[in-house]
Design a protein around this ligand. Structure first.
Ligand code: NAG
Length: 515
């Protein structure tokens, strides 16, 4: 047997330069200039995922200008979401956009490829399609084969990309757009018997250090709650893909979730872990709002410091009309100034409400510049659904929260925010009523409860102020993590170095005659 010529595996600290030359020299390659490290990123079809993936692409390209070429791959209808995320970045390094076809899905009209475009009743079809290997894999696999990148960064929905990449000898990295605490809780619950089978009631989140945290079964994500075997099987394949792939990147920072970050590699959830967030920092003031948002900022400019309650429930959450009505009445009764973003452009507040509230409240339907709002000194509290991007944004801005989780892992993230970080409180106290990730099970939160919680939290010297001093400390740590030499910045560069080393080592085991 003739053994192919192999290069020694790279071990040097700066493998890109030294080994490149070595490689070029050995091969007498016609192009001694080593190619860029080409990274292909594949997010799930939601703004809350495409945004952080695009931010990661931007940071990868910017951290090593001229070394990394990052491409975000989405289906055609989601291209505008990537473009608008890129538009927020000036001089957006070398971030490219690639597309693959969205497969036909029962119940979704052609061109409906994200939650925003789907009717509320059909939103689940987007999620179900995303986890469906038979549907989604072919388009993604041929894209990866065609482009043959040096690394694939995949959303967790698309667990098969670990196999696709491995088959091509390319490292695959999973990227989490939710926090370390919530994701570990879900992994651990997946390994435990289905929560509903465990007798209903309340479960203690297993296997997490720190405070004991108990969550009613109704508040758990569907994947770990239900006994449906297909859901459990998908969960098992997601965690197995994590164990096998090259590593994990999380949009969080070490000082925020230290004891949970530590668990990933130590307990074998993944081989390598990189904590690179918060990937989205507030835009510079002159770019803060843009035309659409300046109305909000102008209004905030007229309010006293820390007086305004800001409310927004994210891009994915549908709030029912009766609940919107209770919220409106509650905010009116609270007596507090408020800035409230309602996603539905069709909804109108109760008769006479606008007149009664007057300039004390501002209602925005559709889009609002959340990061600029949170950064505004007039904002004193944030009523949030606990989507991870919102949690990171409020941490960066140093604004304490009242929590109102609705779906997915949001109730778990709520526990992290209120019981671990203690940067806020539940809006609807424990025992007040049934909350659930299934909207038909969730009881209506009455207007009086909203009014009481908001007014209490905003009292000077009260819970809001105590939470604010804790979140302010975290804010400073978040900025330090992202700055040159900070933990997230170092992890980002370590990821790039590891990928370059992997490519060089991979080249070393490839028969050179075939290169
Ligand atoms: C969703 O898809 C539509 C096309 O159906 C597209 O116009 C829109 O930009 C996408 N938006 C978001 C926010 O996901």
């Amino acid at each position: 047997m003739i053994s192919p010529i192999r290069l020694p595996p790279a071990k040097s600290k700066a493998p890109n330069d030294s080994n490149q030359q070595e490689l070029a020299g050995t091969m007498a390659s016609p192009s001694p200039q080593r190619k860029k490290l080409r990274i292909l990123l594949i997010p799930f079809f939601a703004t809350s995922h495409i945004g952080p993936f695009t931010d990661l692409a931007f940071h990868l390209a910017a951290a090593r200008r001229g070394v990394v070429e990052a491409t975000v791959a989405v289906t055609p209808a989601n291209v505008p979401v990537v473009r608008s995320a890129l538009a927020r970045r000036r001089g957006h390094a070398a971030v490219e956009v690639a597309t693959y076809a969205f497969p036909p899905v029962d119940g979704l009209p052609p061109g409906v490829e994200n939650h925003s475009a789907a009717r509320a009743a059909d939103a689940w079809r987007i999620d179900a399609a995303a986890f469906d290997e038979r549907l989604m894999r072919p388009g993604q696999e041929s894209l990866i084969r065609d482009r043959l990148p040096d690394a694939v960064v995949s959303d967790v929905h698309f667990f098969w990309n670990a196999d696709v990449a491995a088959g091509l000898g390319v490292p695959c990295i999973m990227f989490h757009a939710i926090g370390a605490f919530a994701m570990l809780a879900i992994f651990n619950l997946l390994g435990a018997p289905a929560a509903e089978a465990a007798g209903g009631g309340v479960v203690a989140l297993p296997g997490l250090s720190g405070p004991d945290i108990r969550v009613p079964v109704t508040e758990l994500p569907e994947l770990v709650r239900s006994q449906r075997p297909d859901g459990r099987a998908t969960g098992a394949r997601v965690s197995s893909a994590h164990k096998r792939c090259f590593g994990l990147v999380v949009n969080t920072f070490f000082d925020l979730e230290d004891r949970y970050c530590d668990m990933y590699v130590r307990y074998g959830y993944v081989k390598r872990a990189y904590f690179v967030g918060p990937l989205s920092l507030p835009p510079p003031p002159q770019l803060a709002a843009g035309d659409d948002g300046s109305r909000c900022i102008d209004w905030l400019d007229r309010k006293p410091a820390r007086s305004v309650v800001y409310l927004c429930f994210g891009s994915l959450t549908h709030v029912s009309e009766p609940q919107l009505r209770e919220l409106a009445l509650g905010l009116e009764a609270s007596g507090m100034p408020f800035l409230w973003v309602v996603r539905s452009e069709a909804w109108a507040p109760p008769e006479g409400w606008k007149e009664r509230v007057g300039d004390r409240g501002m209602l925005v339907t559709g889009w609002a510049p959340q990061r600029a709002i949170l950064a505004h000194p007039a904002v004193g509290a944030f009523v949030t659904h606990c989507g991870w991007n919102s949690v990171l944004e409020t941490v960066v801005a140093g604004v304490p929260v009242l929590t109102w989780p609705m779906v997915f892992e949001q109730f778990i993230t709520e526990r992290f925010v209120t019981e671990v970080l203690e940067i806020g409180e539940r809006l609807w106290p424990e025992g007040a009523g049934v909350r659930s990730t299934r909207s038909e099970e969730h009881e209506l939160i009455p207007g009086e409860a909203v009014a009481r919680a908001v007014a209490r939290f905003m009292e000077p010297g009260g819970a809001g102020d105590a939470a604010r001093s804790r979140v302010n400390e975290l804010s400073a740590k978040a900025l330090a993590a992202m700055a040159e030499g900070g933990s997230s910045h170092c992890d980002l560069r370590r990821l790039i170095d590891d990928l370059i080393e992997e490519r060089t080592a991979g080249a070393g085991t490839t028969p050179l005659l075939l290169v």
